[in-house]
Design a protein around this ligand. Structure first.
Ligand code: PEP
Ligand code: MG
Length: 597
């Protein structure tokens, strides 16, 4: 009988294949006592396992394949850093000494203790780091037991053409071999939206689903399974009818992807000739390869805070200048919006120490943290101003909730410029400034805020969270997180209308902008600048090409008037029924679509 498990879809596509289970070696741990005279030898054995683990991780870091996800190096460094943590390295040796037990059992006891501590942490980001700890311990453990921990053991020769990996979790080291491998899909039991597995999974081009909870328990080695990375489903032992159905869906998906790729160099213009800008959200200079490949109109959001994370020390002005310059140069004249560090809440840098805060999302986060640390803030703005000599760059301040904060930001910017003049350093004098609209407070007072800045960018991820009082990372309330809630639609319309009246540029850079099911809604409200992950650009462009603004402006009216969140969904469905060209007709028409200039 077929069984379906539902999880979080991470990477699109459908794969049908044979399961290969990656078992955890921590499940079956030997436990025995040792004699006093064997203690030193046991500690040596443990230290050697740590040493070997470090050697393997360093080797992995120097051999990262070019096409591996961009965050991989940082994640391996994080694992190396965990290997220096006294909790992992020192405490088990104390247990071996004091309790006279074997190294494996000492490591197991310590891991259980650390797991409990992680489980009690409420902060979603820190909670997820438990999996990093477990991955490192797992590797040490395998080395203790003399098992093969070389990830190259995941290489081609052991796999057939249709291998689907089923794992509790996958470490960054495991995932880096996927690209050159025959693995056709992967699923994991663990991992949340902010887990490293999820971040890396998105960067890989194979169907994947995480957070399935029971896959490893329910699936047997070599069993036939289907991974549906579109809807986030794993089907175990599918019957002939299901296989046939999914083969059809897989063919359709591939054909659609092929069609989409033809749109890369097509200008994003609606049926009635309205141009829409498609910009990129990036988190590192490496992302610029995909930005240029997709011929995007520039970078609408560089999340600079990633430069400040996964490290023990702060990047100084020079390092920041080099990174920002690299992005600007790669953008080759197209605009780049650099958001100043949006730290706090779920993005806590280690160098800042533990921020003790009862409610991180409502605490010292975004621009509040920058204003509380003016030296850091001005250092970053000096670096951005200096990088501005290499091309058009704009500064974006996150999590603004009042005009007072904007005035403070401007005053720090002025001081940063003065310090550069004093130091006789070249910089972009007339840099444009903007604010993120992510709080209901900013949305409702947007006319006051817009007087101070040149542009605004709407962060719908946080705007939805704060308007609907729903934690954006909490699975338990995921159903309440509704981008189409009438309150959100009304706020978006209000922001757009005020910006238009004041003749200021407005874009959307939250996930809504990259979700093709909202494209027609956003176009209908009035937005013409959408910033998104590069992987979403073509599907959004496809919708733009088939839309007609004049018609949308009328079709959107019921949604603007509606006050019922359930009805919103029905109205959106209706709005998304395309009256314009079907994809089939468009395929024949592709050659006649205007090229990007
Ligand atoms: C947002 O809140 O929509 C946004 C783009 O910022 P982040 O997701 O980085 O909080
Ligand atoms: Mg945000």
């Amino acid at each position: 009988m077929s069984i379906a498990l539902y999880g979080v879809p991470i990477s699109g596509g459908i794969a049908i294949g044979r399961a290969h289970l990656l078992q955890q070696s921590m499940d079956d741990v030997p436990h025995y006592e040792i004699n006093e005279e064997d203690v030193d030898g046991e500690i040596k054995r443990f230290e050697n396992a740590i040493k070997e683990t470090r050697r393997q991780l360093e080797q992995l870091r120097t051999n990262i394949p070019e096409n591996a996800p961009t965050e991989l190096g940082a994640f391996i460094s994080l694992h190396l850093m965990l290997l220096n943590d006294a909790n992992i390295v020192r405490d088990p040796t104390e247990l071996i000494k004091n309790q006279k037990i074997n190294a494996e059992w000492a490591l197991r006891l310590q891991t259980d203790k650390l797991s409990e501590q992680f489980d009690s942490i409420e902060d979603a980001y820190l909670h997820e780091r438990k999996n990093d700890m477990l991955q490192v311990v797992e590797r040490v453990f395998k080395n203790l037991r003399g098992q093969d921990t070389d990830p190259s053991s995941l290489q081609n020769d052991i796999f057939d053409d249709d291998t689907i990996l089923i794992a509790a979790d996958l470490s960054p080291a495991d995932t880096m071999f996927f690209k050159n491998n025959r693995i056709v899909a992967f699923v994991t039991d663990l991992g949340g939206q902010t887990s490293h597995t999820a971040i890396l999974g998105r960067g890989m081009d194979i169907p994947s689903v995480i957070s399935l909870n029971h896959a490893l328990r329910l699936v047997h080695e070599d069993e036939l399974v289907i991974v549906d990375g579109i809807d986030g489903v794993l089907i175990v032992q599918p019957d002939e009818i299901l296989i046939k159905e999914y083969r059809k869906r897989a063919r359709e998906y591939r054909a659609h992807q092929r069609d989409l790729s033809k749109l890369r160099n097509t200008a994003a213009m609606t049926q009635d000739g309205v141009a829409v800008e498609i910009l990129a959200n990036i988190s590192s200079p490496d992302d610029m390869v995909a930005v240029n490949k997709n011929a995007s109109d520039g970078v609408g959001l560089y999340r600079s805070e990633f430069l400040f994370m996964n490290r023990d020390t702060l990047p100084d002005e020079e390092e920041q200048y080099q990174v920002y310059s690299k992005i600007i140069k790669k953008a080759a004249g197209k605009p780049v919006v650099i958001r100043t560090m949006d730290l706090g809440a779920d993005k806590n840098p280690r160098w800042f120490g533990q921020i003790d805060c009862p409610n991180p999302a409502l605490g010292l986060t975004g621009v509040r943290l920058s204003l509380a640390e003016p030296v850091l803030f001005r250092t970053q703005m000096c670096a951005i101003l200096r990088a501005g000599v290499h091309g058009p760059v704009q500064i974006l301040w996150p999590m603004i909730s009042s005009a007072f904060e904007v005035r403070q930001c401007l005053s720090h910017l002025r001081i940063a410029k003065e310090s550069l003049i004093e130091r006789n350093v070249d910089f972009l004098e007339n840099i444009e400034t903007g604010i993120m609209v992510e709080t209901p407070a900013a949305a409702l007072t947007i006319n006051a805020l817009l007087k101070y800045v040149d542009f605004i960018s709407i962060g719908t991820n946080d705007l939805i969270q704060y308007t609907l009082a729903v934690d954006r990372g909490d699975k338990a309330v995921a159903d309440f997180y509704q981008p189409t809630h009438p309150a959100i639609i009304k706020l978006l319309r209000h922001i757009y209308k005020v910006a238009q009246r004041m003749n200021k540029s407005v874009s959307i850079c939250g996930e809504m902008a990259g979700d093709a099911s909202f494209t027609r809604l956003l176009l209908g409200i009035g937005f013409r600048r959408l910033s998104m992950q590069t992987t979403n650009m073509l599907s959004v462009k496809e919708i733009i090409l088939s839309s007609n603004i004049e018609k949308l402006e009328t079709q959107i009216l019921p949604l603007l008037k509606n006050d019922d969140s359930e009805r919103s969904l029905e109205l959106l469905k209706k709005l998304n029924i395309r009256e314009e060209l079907t994809l089939e007709a468009k395929k024949e028409d592709l050659s006649s679509l205007p090229e990007k200039k």
